[in-house]
Design a protein around this ligand. Structure first.
Ligand code: E4P
Length: 240
């Protein structure tokens, strides 16, 4: 079970990484367009890669086999942790086979909406296959079924392709994707943040801390040593 962050925003990536539960990042042309214009694509990707220190998916935009392979080779040459997102389709599958078998480039077949497509991605040799949870729901189909079938087939046939679930819209999507067998779920930052929150958790912590504060104020408990909580938080934030 792994969580990736689905963003190209540096602040979001830094913040999420500091929580210690993120082991990769995914981008796509739409995600890149959310960032302020005028930046260098290569510099931005390298900044993300240096921060994440784990796989970062970067998507090609060419639409034919040769174009995709050429574009993928350029991005992959920037850093060994760059994984190339190749859109599902005939040209894409050809590009995946070429890149994985002959060019030593890791690929992530993207925009998968059905089990049959996930089967093809795996058999073409893709390192990762990305099923789009929200977009499958948009069509009125059940993404859980697609994830369950794909996960079962990959396990049964001992296929090494890792199953990523993206296009996450709610925190329930994350839970359901993992329960259905996703190896990795890639989550936008706002949803990641919501995953930390629960009103009952907040109420409980408030209750415990106010009791503790009262005990200290009334002198009912003596602390033998002050805990330098602020210094500790500061040190952790600075490490990021
Ligand atoms: C996954 O790798 C994609 O980047 C992403 O999750 C697509 O999600 P969307 O449906 O929100 O565009």
């Amino acid at each position: 079970m792994e969580l990736y962050i689905d963003t190209a925003n540096i602040q979001e990536i830094k913040e999420a990484l500091s929580w210690g539960c993120i082991t990769g990042a995914t981008t796509n042309p739409k995600i890149m367009s959310n960032e302020k214009g005028g930046y260098s694509f290569k510099d931005k990707i390298l900044e993300i890669v240096e921060l994440v220190k784990e796989p970062v998916s970067v998507e090609v935009t060419e639409e034919d086999f040769q174009g995709m392979v050429d574009e993928a080779k350029i991005y992959a040459s920037w850093h060994e942790n760059i994984v190339i997102k190749i859109p599902m389709g005939i040209e894409g599958l050809k590009a995946v086979a070429q890149l994985e078998k002959y060019e030593n480039v890791k690929t992530n077949v993207t925009a998968i909406m059905a089990t049959n497509q996930a089967i093809l991605a795996a058999l073409s040799g893709a390192s990762y296959a990305s099923i789009f949870y929200g977009r499958i729901s948009d069509m009125g189909y059940d993404p859980v079924g697609v994830i369950k079938e794909t996960s079962a087939l990959y396990k049964e046939l001992n296929i090494g392709t890792k199953l990523i679930v993206g296009s996450i819209r709610t925190i329930l999507d994350v839970n359901k994707a993992f329960l259905a067998g996703a190896d990795i779920v890639t989550v936008p930052f706002p949803i990641l943040k919501k995953m930390t929150q629960n009103p009952k958790t907040e109420e409980t912590i408030k209750e415990f801390n106010s009791i503790w504060k009262e005990m200290k104020e009334k002198g009912l408990i003596r602390l033998d040593q002050e805990i330098p909580a602020r210094k500790l938080t500061f040190a952790l934030a600075n490490e990021v």
